[in-house]
Design a protein around this ligand. Structure first.
Ligand code: NAI
Ligand code: MG
Length: 238
């Protein structure tokens, strides 16, 4: 059985809601595909910054350097300027681990109304690749709740990091209604990166099936399902 050690950084706000959801899906798909995942969870966040004066400890990067991958939720908290969360955590990880490829798959799923109203399922299925470590870095205007992202070190000298494109959504945090799809799809990208394309495909297929065959949706997509209900349905499909 292949073993992988994952560093989980839930972060702030809905990051702490969608990362556990992604972990449930990972555990379900890993069990079926003979993959052993172990997790170490780190409380690095704006809340930690407020309590202890830093987003992460000074030797933070060394603590996750030997993990096989990093799964991050989102960071950002009212009262903590965004440059603190960016420069105190996200950018040190992306640069320190030379995660120079920022990979963002984009798909229109059947059952999810797209702002591109004329697009049919299959018409939109592309990937944005952004240079991630050089030059000025200015944030990810607007946001999509289901979009995933990978920060890749292609040489695999360092762990790569997987995270939803969205932020910590303080406006809905704590309600248990965050859409977990961005985090779950990011987890699928992580499985692919770790050498398990079938397991990754099983997750994205389950997402597509759930969206096209049921009306189950979190409120951002016009439904009433909670994060928990949505994740449970996905796990049952797997
Ligand atoms: P945001 O992505 O957190 O929220 C934008 C809007 O989308 C909000 O109305 C929110 O409720 C909604 N939304 C986002 N993700 C959702 C989900 N999974 N389910 C349901 N609704 C969702 O972006 P915003 O408001 O600009 O930033 C909030 C905080 O997050 C800031 O502190 C910002 O710096 C941080 N942020 C962090 C990122 C990261 O960790 N990589 C990326 C973007 C923002
Ligand atoms: Mg993010």
């Amino acid at each position: 059985m292949e073993k992988h050690r994952i560093a989980l950084i839930p972060g702030d706000g809905i990051g702490t809601e969608v990362v556990p959801a992604a972990r449930r899906v990972l555990d379900a798909v890993a069990a079926r595909h003979g993959i052993a995942l172990t997790y170490d969870t780190f409380d690095w966040s704006c809340e930690r910054h407020l309590a202890e004066g830093a987003m992460m400890p000074p030797d933070g990067l060394d603590r996750i350097r030997r993990h096989d991958a990093i799964l991050l939720g989102a960071v950002g908290y009212p009262g903590v300027p965004d440059h603190v969360s960016l420069w105190g955590l996200l950018i040190p990880i992306r640069r320190g681990f030379q995660q120079y490829v920022n990979l963002r798959p984009i798909r229109v799923f059947e059952g999810v109304p797209s702002p591109l109203r004329e697009a049919r399922p299959g018409d939109v299925d592309f990937v944005v690749v952004r240079e991630n470590v050089e030059g000025e870095y200015g944030e990810i205007a607007g946001s999509i709740d289901i979009a995933p992202a990978a920060n890749l070190n292609a040489e695999r000298d360092f762990p790569s990091m997987f995270e939803p494109v969205h932020g910590s959504a303080p406006d809905i945090a704590g309600r248990g209604t965050a859409n977990p799809l961005g985090a779950i799809w990011s987890a699928a990208m992580m499985l692919d990166h770790l050498g398990h394309p079938e397991a990754a495909g099983a997750v994205t297929d389950a997402i597509a099936t759930l969206l096209s065959t049921t009306g189950l949706r979190t409120p951002d997509l016009g439904g009433t399902a909670t994060t928990d209900q949505f994740t449970k349905a996905l796990v049952e499909l797997l």
